[in-house]
Ligand binder design. Structure first.
Ligand SMILES: *Cc1c(COP(=O)(O)O)cnc(C)c1O
Length: 429
C-alpha cells in the first residue's frame, strides 16, 4: 500500500527518477503503474487494485503467475545448482529439458540451441540459416520474411521484422531482407508465381515467419493451407524455413505448436515467452539433424560460434520443465479447450455488434477489430487502456484491435469479466 505520508513517495513516483522503460516516449507517458504482487491470472498494484492479466504479461505466464508447482521446482533446483557455463559443461535440467521438449516438438526437430529471449532465438535462427549455406560454400546472403511480421528488437530480428515504424534510425544497417504477403485465398497463386521466379537466383538463405498468427501485427491470422504451399516451395529450393513460435508456442493455437497445424515442418523453430512459464527469461532455437550436420565438421570454423553468458541457466530450465509438465496435464489441456469454447461463444455474441468490424480466433487467441474512423485513432489506445484498467482488466489494444490472450488458468468468472469490459468499451469508443 502507498504511504499516507506525503513525504514518502509512491513506487510510481520513485520510478521516474532513474528508470527508462521499453516502448515508451517518457515525455508523453511519464507514469508507470507499480505492480507489487501477482497470483494466478491477477496482478495487484500498489494502490491495492487488482487486474486480470488478459494478455498473460506478453504471452508468458500461461499457467498463472507465481504458480506454486513451478515455484517449488525452481526452488529445489536453486538449492542444487544455480548457474554454470554451458560451453564445455552440461547439467541435468538442460538435458532433461532437451529430452522432454524434443518429444513435443514437430518430429523432424533434433537439436536445441539455448539463448536468452525471443529476439536472440531469432538471431540464432538467422545465423544458422546464413552459416548453413556458407558452410556448404553457397552464396545466399538474403533472408525472406512476411510483411507485417515481428521478430524482435536486436539487429537481425529487427531486419526481418517489418513493423518498422520506429526502426527509422537503424534501417540502413539492416541485413538484406525481401518480403512476401501472408497467404490468402486471393493472393496465394500470385505469391507462389512470384516466389518461383525469385528463387531462380538461389540467393535466399532462409524464410522467417510467424506461423498462423502474427502477434505484434495485432493478432493478424492467416491460413495453414496457403502457408503450407509456401513452405513446400521454399524447401524444394533449399531455403531454410524458420518458424518464429516465440508467441504461438506451448498451446496457444490449440495445439502444442502452430507448426503442428501445418503439414510441412520448419527446419528451425524459435521459442521463448511461455517456454519458461513466465518465470525467467530463456529461449531455444531448435533445428533438424540436417541443419546441425552442416556445422558438424573437423573444421572448427564451421561451428556455430554464438554464446550468451546465461545460456541454458539451470533455474530457467527447471521452470521450463515444470511448465511442460503442466502443459501436458489433463487440467491445462481441459482449460485450453474450455477457453477456446468460451471465446467462441463470446465471438458469436459480439461479432455482429455495430461497432465491431470483424473478429478472429486461433486457439485461445481472440481478436476483435473496431469499426472506427482514422481520425479518432489518436488517443483511442490510451482511452481503451484506461477503460479496461478502470474495469479491473489488463488488455493492451494494438491500433484498432482488442485482443485476449489470457493465461490458461483464467476462470470462467474472470473470462466473463474480460468480456464485460470489452462490451462496455464498445459503448465508450
Ligand atoms: C515477443 C516476440 C519476439 C521477441 O521476443 P523478446 O523476448 O521480446 O526479445 C520475437 N518474435 C515473436 C513472434 C514475438 O512475439
Amino acid at each position: 500500500m502507498p504511504s499516507t505520508d506525503p513525504l514518502i513517495k509512491s513506487l510510481s513516483e520513485r520510478d521516474q527518477k532513474h528508470l527508462w522503460h521499453p516502448l515508451t516516449q517518457h515525455k508523453l507517458h511519464p507514469e508507470m503503474l507499480a505492480i507489487v504482487k501477482s497470483k494466478g491470472a491477477l496482478l495487484y498494484d500498489e494502490g491495492g487494485n487488482e487486474y486480470i492479466d488478459g494478455i498473460a504479461s506478453w504471452y508468458t505466464c500461461m499457467y498463472g503467475h507465481c504458480n506454486d508447482f513451478i515455484l517449488e521446482k525452481v526452488h529445489q533446483q536453486m538449492q542444487r545448482l544455480d548457474q554454470v557455463i554451458f560451453s564445455g559443461f552440461t547439467h541435468e535440467p538442460a538435458i532433461r529439458l532437451s529430452e522432454e521438449l524434443i518429444k513435443l516438438l514437430p518430429s523432424n526437430q533434433e537439436k536445441l540451441f539455448f539463448s536468452d529471449n525471443g529476439s536472440t532465438a531469432v538471431e540464432v535462427g538467422i545465423k544458422m540459416a546464413l552459416q548453413y549455406h556458407f558452410n556448404k560454400e553457397q552464396k545466399r546472403p538474403v533472408m525472406l520474411a512476411f510483411e507485417d511480421g515481428f521478430h524482435g528488437d536486436t539487429f537481425g530480428a529487427m531486419s526481418v521484422s517489418s513493423l518498422s515504424v520506429y526502426n527509422g534510425p537503424f534501417e540502413e544497417f539492416f541485413i538484406a531482407v525481401e518480403r512476401i504477403p501472408v497467404p490468402t485465398e486471393q493472393n496465394i497463386t500470385g505469391t507462389l508465381a512470384w516466389l518461383t521466379n525469385r528463387l531462380e537466383k538461389n540467393d535466399i538463405a532462409g524464410f522467417v515467419y510467424e506461423p498462423l498468427v502474427q502477434g505484434a501485427a495485432a493478432m493478424k491470422m492467416h491460413d495453414a493451407v496457403g502457408l503450407d504451399k509456401i513452405l513446400r516451395l521454399l524447401k524444394r529450393h533449399e531455403v531454410l524455413c524458420i518458424a518464429d513460435e516465440v508467441m504461438t508456442g506451448f498451446g496457444k493455437t490449440g495445439k502444442h505448436f502452430a507448426s503442428d497445424h501445418i503439414t510441412t515442418k520448419p527446419d528451425i523453430i524459435c521459442l521463448s515467452k511461455a517456454l519458461t512459464a513466465g518465470l525467467l527469461p530463456m529461449a531455444i532455437t531448435s533445428c533438424t539433424q540436417d541443419v546441425y550436420d552442416a556445422f558438424y565438421s573437423d573444421d572448427i570454423g564451421k561451428g556455430l560460434f554464438h554464446a550468451h553468458t546465461y545460456t541454458a541457466n539451470p533455474l530457467a530450465c527447471a521452470a521450463a520443465l515444470a511448465g511442460l509438465e503442466l502443459l501436458l496435464s489433463d487440467e491445462i489441456q481441459n482449460d485450453i479447450q474450455r477457453i477456446i469454447a468460451s471465446h467462441k461463444r463470446f465471438d458469436a455474441e459480439i461479432k455482429n455488434h455495430p461497432k465491431v468490424e470483424s473478429t478472429r480466433q486461433t486457439g485461445i487467441i481472440f481478436a476483435l477489430e473496431l469499426k472506427i474512423e482514422m481520425e479518432r485513432y489518436g488517443n483511442l489506445r490510451d482511452k481503451l487502456l484506461k477503460h479496461f484498467m478502470d474495469n479491473g482488466v489488463f488488455l493492451r489494444p494494438l491500433g484498432n484491435t482488442i485482443y485476449i490472450l489470457a493465461p490458461y488458468i483464467t476462470s470462467n468468472t474472470q473470462l466473463e469479466k474480460i468480456y464485460a469490459a470489452i462490451r462496455s468499451a464498445l459503448d465508450v469508443v
